[in-house]
Design a protein around this ligand. Structure first.
Ligand code: GAR
Length: 188
């Protein structure tokens, strides 16, 4: 299974995929890693691992549609079987979703449909729920609304901060992501 991974930040989920690929746990080829901004650690660590990288900088495009065209074109040029959002903090347009329909996988640090959006961990803490978790899903044109592939719960502790909770969620998120990709690679 040939994948392109999109990142906006540190790419720890991506690192889990790289590691699982290297250990043989996961049969994937990471064709490229791309970002929407310069200077992400996700791109840096991919380049260090010898993976092809690209940046389609959101701020370099006056028109949103031009950025969408550039991103879609760049990703498509690698002819991936699957596109993975590993903390990619941009909503892609419907043309991207259509081109990679059912093949754009995303993760989210909450138990969807609760707490969608950019602050899933903070919003769960603020609401006061006692259990949150990680979700792996197929991305559609909405904000974290696509079909759910896998979920894992994480208990919220009384002294949790956004950072401590997010770290525990990410442990589950990485495990779930690798498991789900392995199933997709094996079974389509
Ligand atoms: C992950 O927890 C991911 O679920 C979240 O960003 C983090 C990225 O971590 N994504 C979202 O909140 C999307 N709504 P990473 O860059 O270390 O993989």
């Amino acid at each position: 299974m040939r994948i392109v991974v999109l990142v906006s930040g540190t790419g720890s989920n991506l690192q889990a995929v790289i590691d699982a690929g290297e250990s043989g746990e996961l049969d994937v080829e990471i064709a490229a890693v791309g970002a929407d901004r310069e200077g992400t650690y996700g791109v840096e660590r991919s380049a260090a691992a010898g993976i092809d990288t690209f940046v389609v900088n959101f701020r370099s495009y006056a028109e949103r549609r031009d950025w969408d065209d550039a991103l879609r074109g760049k990703v498509a040029s690698y002819e991936p079987d699957l596109v993975l959002s590993s903390g990619f903090m941009r909503i892609v347009d419907e043309r991207f979703i259509k081109l990679f329909e059912g093949r754009y996988v995303n993760t989210h640090p909450a138990l969807l449909p609760s707490f969608p959006g950019a602050h899933g961990v903070r919003d769960a803490l603020a609401y006061g729920v006692k259990v949150t978790g990680a979700t792996v899903m197929i991305a559609d044109a909405g904000v974290d609304t696509g079909p759910i592939l896998a979920q894992a719960p994480v208990a919220i502790l009384d002294d949790d901060t956004e950072a401590t909770l997010h770290e525990r969620i990410k442990v589950e998120e990485r495990r779930l992501l690798v498991e789900t990709l392995a199933k997709l690679a094996a079974g389509g």
